[in-house]
Design a protein around this ligand. Structure first.
Ligand code: NAP
Length: 310
């Protein structure tokens, strides 16, 4: 029996272990992705009780949404799934620019609906801020789409605190998605406290810090995808981060579980974090991450993890 939790004030109930799908059809992010493997991992997720799936137009672009939509359709379980997607990237010739204008947001939602083969999106995010659109106007456009039943909840992602405050002027923002993990904790300064105060659910992306917090990399690991440009996976910083992971492994071993599961369990002890969306490359990883639901951290363990990664 899967435990379900409400995402903030949305009325959407989810298994707190969701699935991030930027490696499902995300050919522009990870070279040599196999689409069958991507399909299988989404199928496995749904089969094993994951009901919150996170995608975005730009993963592919478009291909992740198409694969996720196809799998959900095949399962016949659309009404059991809480489907989140994002838009703001506009292709102009060879360039991709951010556009938060009401007209573009409405257009991109329509296009996502088609790729996802559905007539509603449970949670739609503005993926990145643009430079021009007042953020309350952008969110106002999403509120109209919500009133029309095309989306059920409103999210923003990668907004600064000032942009988030502006976006939430009328109290319409339900979810904020931002980078947050045990190795990148800057959201703790102002973003997380603001979301707690405003009853906005905070969904951390890169919860496994792009894989290192799953505890299986060593210093010889070479990355040939978007991770090759991430400072926390290079040089001395990578070595220091691996040391922290080793300290955490001791705790995970004592609890007879994996590093990834302790990490994911820690996030959902934070105020305003209701659900996590670890990504995966293979079905086994998805199934493994569900074991997080069996991990119970004591107050002392929560503090110890905090201390290791301070
Ligand atoms: P992540 O969740 O931090 O790391 C995922 C990677 O960790 C997997 O691809 C896999 O990589 C490894 N992994 C996962 N579970 C594992 C397990 N049980 N055992 C061993 N390794 C495991 O990074 P992410 O997928 O990039 O981020 C999560 C989701 O957040 C994305 O899928 C996407 O939906 C969302 N996101 C949003 C934004 C935004 O701008 N809003 C930005 C980034 C991501 P390997 O097998 O290659 O090691």
């Amino acid at each position: 029996m899967t435990r379900h939790t409400q995402i903030g004030k949305t009325g959407l109930f989810v298994n707190p272990i969701g699935l991030g799908t930027n490696a499902v059809g995300g050919h522009n992010l990870y070279p040599n992705l196999n689409e069958e493997t991507g399909k299988e991992l989404v199928q496995a997720a749904i089969h094993h009780g994951v009901n919150f799936i996170d995608t975005a137009f730009i993963y592919g672009p478009g291909r992740s949404e198409e694969i996720v939509g196809e799998v959900i359709k095949e399962t016949g379980k659309r009404s059991d799934i809480i489907l989140a997607t994002k838009g703001a990237h506009k292709c102009v010739g060879q360039d991709v620019v951010f556009d938060n204008s009401p007209a573009f947001l409405k257009q991109t939602v329509e296009e996502s609906l088609k790729r996802l083969q559905t007539d509603y999106i449970d949670l739609f995010y503005i993926h990145f801020p643009d430079n021009d659109t007042p953020k309350d106007e952008a969110v106002g456009a999403l509120k109209q789409l919500k009133d029309e039943g095309k989306i059920r909840a409103i999210g923003v992602s990668n907004f600064s605190i000032d942009q988030l405050i502006e976006a939430n002027k009328d109290g319409y923002v339900d979810v904020y998605q931002g980078e947050y993990n045990l190795l990148q904790r800057s959201a703790e300064k102002v973003l997380l406290p603001y979301t707690v105060e405003q009853n906005i659910s905070f969904i951390p992306y890169f919860p496994l810090a792009a894989g290192i917090l799953a505890g299986k990399y060593n210093k010889d690991r070479v990355f040939n995808d978007l991770r090759s440009k991430m400072p926390h996976l290079q040089g001395e910083e990578f070595v220091q981060n691996l040391d922290k992971v080793e300290k955490l492994r001791k705790l995970a071993n004592e609890k007879q579980t994996d590093v990834a599961h302790v990490v994911l369990a820690w996030y959902v002890t934070r105020d305003s974090i209701d659900v996590v969306i670890p990504g995966a490359k293979r079905a086994e990883q998805v199934v493994s991450n569900l074991r997080t639901l069996d991990v119970h951290l004591t107050a002392d363990e929560i503090q110890e993890i905090d201390r290791i990664f301070q």
